[in-house]
Design a protein. Structure first.
Length: 772
């Protein structure tokens, strides 16, 4: 450490030119804010502009985008974050120019020396406790400065310099041993556990750093008497004051929880034998009551009135990503939390259990290879309360990978320790889709981790309110189901396709009409999909709502005289069978088509010389405004494999005309012929039916056969050997592979025969996934 330059920084009297390498991080941005408030000329760099750098620029920060040599020119001091390596270009430039380089913690410790410091230390819980302590002292009129490691809405910012007060509350980082640079007036010790063992040899080495910090503390040692590590370091010292649960012999300040609610807790606090009162804490969780008790203990020792302490605790709202409620309703609760150590995770999940959800679904992003390897057994136990767990790959945080260590390490440990249903979902997008698709009404969903897993929470917070409203409309109109991120590969005969953002299964026409009105008012795109034949959904899935009206009123089939009335979701095979049972001929061609009535109407499907609109009498549909309308055949524009009338209007049912009093033998003969033709001329396997429309020159299948393209493959997509106009997914094909094969066929037909093959199969959706 450059003591001379830090002494100048400590005195806060001589403004300096200071550059921060890695200024966008929560710790460095807070330090930059303090330095600007002290009158220094501050610059900084990072890989990208963020909301924090923009905020700091408005306050006077000179921001450099990517790290560069020129950012340090003329500087008196360069401060770097723990993520910055000596190979960094700005770091090297400072070294070459002889500019003093110090770590963030060293600079923070120097700034703190100008006031009476309060360091909050421990392996977890520091941010919430620091914020609580600063808030309580501020409400008590102490005007503390503060520095915490996250955005704290109730404090206004993650760092503040208050010239009027003498106290400075800051969380201390034990991860790299830099706690030894602090010389505070008071220290709060939350816990001391075997953590950061990539830096420390063992727990004793960690305790040694805490011993040094406490030896340099001139005032109170406020420590958690429930933590064995804290007790071993602090208990028995004349200036040590313990806190814990009622009945703990080491604790001078104790608490007993009277009520634990979804958004707050009520507890009774005592000092020795004196009851201090009942206090409401504005955030949930037993662990947060413990954190609050430490802030109460220090404030009480510093003479803050109990009424002010009570008011502060009641009004406190948590830090960002500390059991942060991202969405909550009667159906769904979404929590995002920074927890990444087994003890933190256990405390967070205990709080989640206290909310009494039907199920707890969790997405965990492990943080650091070393932590994952060393604490895998503890992780296995910590996730016991979770019903379904999704684990991503490890967020490295500048560490190099360790052989055999990955997110699967956590999954294996959890499976060995509990009955929790686990999935390894390495990538965040995949994890978001799997987690979101698993959510049911009554579930509590929590994202956990110190990396970028919060991006998944942000994505779910965007989509869950829409899903909630969809469920409300379904419940109000007869029922149905809805899910997020439904894999379209489950709903297409091709067995390919990415997820539908909102998948909806209404069972009443009134419910569908209400959905259409809501979705259109919200500018959410709508698609209707039946059995998914004649359809290719791209790998990125479908934005907006995909409605699947296949049950309830949409599946009904009745016969009245020469007419057959069917819902849009009725399968063509079912319609053919119902007509046969009623002695109504003319529907035999439908027997071999793997689709439903809605798709047949939209595409004017046909076979055996008959098209759908040869039999249509009228179609009932939901118009663009959500009203239910009906049109007769004469008013509906229809063409070969194309009915533009129903591109945006949603069909709900139709009346079709048959041939009454047809002999059962005649119908059965035609049904058998239809079945036999389909069985012998069409391939077995996952396909969408005919891919191309027939050109005028000849049938598309015949042309493809003549071009010698039967059996041609791209990846797992293959032109059928049975029928050239069929592409078959032989297992695990992607939409991209199918599209590439289609393009190859079209190019060959155009080049060798001059024939343009147009698609009969509909291609929908996006090539890229829905972003986080």
């Amino acid at each position: 450490m450059n003591q001379a330059i830090l002494s100048v920084l400590q005195e806060c009297q001589s403004p300096m030119r200071i550059n921060l390498i890695g200024v966008a991080g929560s710790g460095m941005s807070g330090l930059a804010s303090l330095l600007l408030a002290l009158g220094h000329k501050v610059s900084g760099s990072d890989r990208a502009t963020t909301t924090e750098t923009t905020r700091l620029e408005r306050r006077g920060l000179q921001f450099f985008g990517p790290h560069s040599e020129r950012e340090v020119e003329g500087c008196d001091l360069v401060i770097y974050s723990t993520a910055i390596q000596p190979s960094n270009i700005a770091y090297q430039a400072a070294e070459k120019q002889g500019i003093p380089l110090v770590r963030r913690a060293e600079a923070l410790a120097a700034v703190m020396r100008a006031k009476q410091g309060v360091v909050v230390a421990g392996t977890h819980g520091k941010t919430t406790t620091s914020a609580l302590t600063a808030h309580v002292l501020r409400q008590g009129g102490k005007h503390p400065s503060h520095y915490v490691g996250a955005e704290i809405p109730i404090l206004g910012s993650n760092a503040l310099w208050d010239a009027e007060g003498e106290l400075f509350v800051a969380e201390g980082d034990e991860s790299d041993g830099s706690l030894v640079h602090f010389h505070p007036a008071h220290t709060i010790i939350l816990n001391i556990e075997a953590e950061h063992l990539d830096h420390y040899e063992d727990l004793d080495a960690i305790k040694a750093v805490f011993h040094t910090l406490l030896s340099q503390t001139t005032g109170h040692w406020i420590y958690c008497a429930e933590d064995a590590g804290a007790v071993s370091v602090c208990a028995g010292h004349p200036r040590a004051i313990g806190w814990g649960w009622h009945g703990n012999p080491h604790a001078a300040y104790t608490a007993e929880i009277l009520e634990a609610n979804a958004d707050h807790s009520l507890f009774r606090a005592r000092h020795q034998t004196e009851v201090l009162g009942e206090f409401t804490l504005g955030i949930p969780g037993r662990h947060n009551v413990s954190n609050a008790l430490s802030a109460l203990a220090l404030a009480h020792q510093l003479g803050v009135e109990l009424s002010a302490i009570g008011s502060a605790l009641k009004s406190f709202r948590g830090a960002k990503r500390r059991f942060e409620v991202r969405y909550q309703s009667e159906r769904f609760t979404l929590i995002d939390d920074y927890g990444h150590h087994p003890s933190e995770i256990a405390a967070t999940l205990a709080t989640a259990q206290g909310l009494d959800p039907q199920r707890i679904l969790c997405l965990f992003q492990p943080h650091r290879y070393s932590r994952t390897q060393l604490l895998k057994k503890e992780f296995g136990v910590a996730f016991g309360p979770v019903d379904e767990l999704f684990v991503t790959d490890i967020y490295a945080a500048s560490e190099k990978p360790l052989p055999g260590v990955s997110g699967e390490t956590i999954v294996d440990a959890v499976r060995a320790a509990s009955e929790t249903h686990c999935h390894f979902t390495p990538h965040l997008l995949e994890a978001r889709d799997r987690l979101g698709n698993a959510v049911h009404p009554g579930d509590l969903v929590i994202t956990l981790g110190a990396g970028n897993v919060h991006e998944v929470a942000r994505s779910l917070a965007r989509d869950l309110p829409v899903l909630d409203q969809i469920w409300s409309l379904l419940d109000e109109h007869g029922g149905g189901k809805a899910r997020l991120y439904e894999p379209m590969s489950l709903h297409t005969t091709f067995r390919v396709g990415g997820p539908a953002q909102f998948w909806i299964e209404p069972i009443t026409i009134a419910g569908l009409a209400a959905l259409v009105r809501y979705l259109r008012a919200a500018s959410i795109p709508i698609r209707v999909i039946g059995r998914g034949s004649n359809l290719l959904v791209q790998d990125g899935g479908i934005r907006g709502a995909v409605i699947h009206p296949s049950k309830g009123e949409f599946d009904s089939v009745t016969v009245e005289g020469e007419n057959l009335i069917a819902g849009v979701g009725a399968r063509l095979k079912k319609i053919a069978s119902a007509a046969r049972n009623a002695g109504l001929g003319g529907f035999e061609w439908m027997e071999g088509i793997p689709g439903n009535l809605g798709g047949a109407i939209r595409m004017n499907a046909g076979a055996m010389g008959t098209e759908t609109f040869d039999q249509i009498v009228s179609v009932r549909y939901i118009d663009l405004d959500g009203s239910i309308q009906e049109k007769g055949l004469e008013d509906i524009r229809h063409h070969y494999r194309n009915v533009p009338e129903f591109e945006e209007r949603l069909i709900v049912s139709a009346v079709l005309k048959g041939q009454p009093n047809t002999a059962a033998e005649e119908i059965d003969s035609k049904l058998a012929a239809s079945h036999q033709k389909r069985r012998t001329s069409q391939p077995v396997g996952a396909s969408a039916g005919c891919v191309f429309k027939n050109p005028e020159a000849c049938g598309a299948g015949q042309l493809i056969d003549q071009l010698g393209l039967k059996g041609r493959s791209v990846g797992r997509a293959r032109v059928s050997d049975v029928h050239g106009n069929f592409i078959v997914n032989v297992g695990g094909a992607t939409a991209r592979e199918i599209l590439d094969l289609i393009s190859e066929i079209q190019a060959t037909a155009l080049e060798q025969r001059g024939i343009q093959l147009d698609l009969e199969v509909r291609v929908i959706g996006e090539s890229q996934p829905l972003p986080l």
